[in-house]
Design a protein around this ligand. Structure first.
Ligand SMILES: [Zn+2]
Length: 326
């Protein structure tokens, strides 16, 4: 009875106290729930951010700038061709003159870095400018003039033309293959191969182009110098255009003189007519390229110093020719 009376007497205040406690508990519970919710949301955000990070592919290095994907299309060519440490673009407009700036660097296979030291592109990316699909079907037959017992011309130091021709052809092969050209050689060692046999090799390979590499000589006058190309006396337009392209390319590396595209043969003495056999007996566009005079010291010096650059320039010139004459 006493307990019941006490209960009844304390009930109003007790009720109020209990209500306050209940309200307080509910408020605290709400705050805890909100904090918990915020923590869970933050955790989910972190986890999702870890699983789906921002894609670096959305950004592309263009020259010295990092641009967003929106401008990627415009800068794709720049990114592909890279830039040197000075920020100068090495990419050339393939529709226009292509040897204005450091063509050797472009085709040398060296990585090109931007100012941040980040590799923007290497010339392994040559295929971005010069698509594989265009060139892998093009066969170029390279002929290293002379060979074996036929040593060709000589310089004052006793170097053989046949050796220099072979060295250049092997280097040119490497440079052409960077553009995915299919390259066939008439000889790859110091051996004698007849002129007819050289043409047969090109014809049997169904080559699209035959280039015979030589070095000139005119001991009677050692001041005569320069590069020239010989094509068939019928003056075929395509042969002439390719020969001109090659000489123009070489001129932009550096040669003592551009002796131009010539027709027929200088002093043919094999009784086969007015053309070099290389041009006469081949079924495809062809040219005989005279890479300066072995009887001229400056031509010899330039050949020694720039032979690789010459090959790079020829390769790029041919690649551009194909690109612009599909
Ligand atoms: Zn020769």
């Amino acid at each position: 009875m006493t307990d019941n009376r006490n209960k009844k007497r304390l009930l109003p205040s007790e009720k109020r106290r209990r209500r306050r406690i209940v309200m307080l508990n509910r408020t605290l519970f709400g705050i805890v729930c909100l904090l918990l919710l915020a923590f869970i949301t933050y955790t989910i955000h972190l986890v999702l951010g870890f699983i789906f990070p921002d894609k670096p592919a959305e950004y592309v290095i263009s020259g010295n700038e990092v641009t967003t994907e929106a401008s990627q299309a415009d800068s794709a060519n720049t990114a592909a061709s890279g830039s040197n440490t000075n920020g100068t673009s090495l990419h050339q407009d393939t529709e226009t003159d292509v040897f204005n700036d450091e063509p050797a660097a472009h085709a040398s296979g060296e990585a090109m870095n931007n100012s941040n030291g980040t590799t923007a592109a290497s010339t392994d990316d040559i295929s971005l400018d010069y698509p594989y699909s265009l060139y892998h079907s093009k066969t170029i037959c390279l002929d290293a003039g002379h060979g074996g017992s036929d040593t060709g011309a000589h310089d004052s130091k006793g170097s053989n033309e046949s050796d220099q021709n072979l060295t250049m052809v092997l280097t040119l092969k490497e440079e052409l293959e960077k553009y995915h050209f299919n390259v066939v050689l008439t000889r790859s060692t110091d051996e004698f191969v007849s002129l007819q046999e050289r043409c047969s090799i090109a014809n049997n390979a169904s080559a699209d182009l035959l280039i015979s590499i030589h070095r000139n000589s005119f001991p009677q006058d050692s001041t005569i110098c320069g590069v020239e190309a010989w094509v068939c006396s019928t003056k075929p337009a395509k042969d002439t255009a390719i020969a001109q392209k090659i000489i123009n390319s070489l001129e932009k590396v550096y040669i003592t003189g551009n002796r131009g595209v010539r027709y027929g043969a200088r002093d043919i003495d094999d009784g086969e007519g007015e053309d070099y056999i290389i041009n006469k007996a081949s079924n495809m566009p062809s040219l005989l390229l005279e890479m300066g005079y072995m009887s001229n010291s400056e031509d010899n010096l330039l050949f020694d110093v720039y032979m690789k650059e010459y090959c790079q320039a020829i390769a790029r010139g041919l690649a551009d020719y194909c690109l612009n004459n599909k």
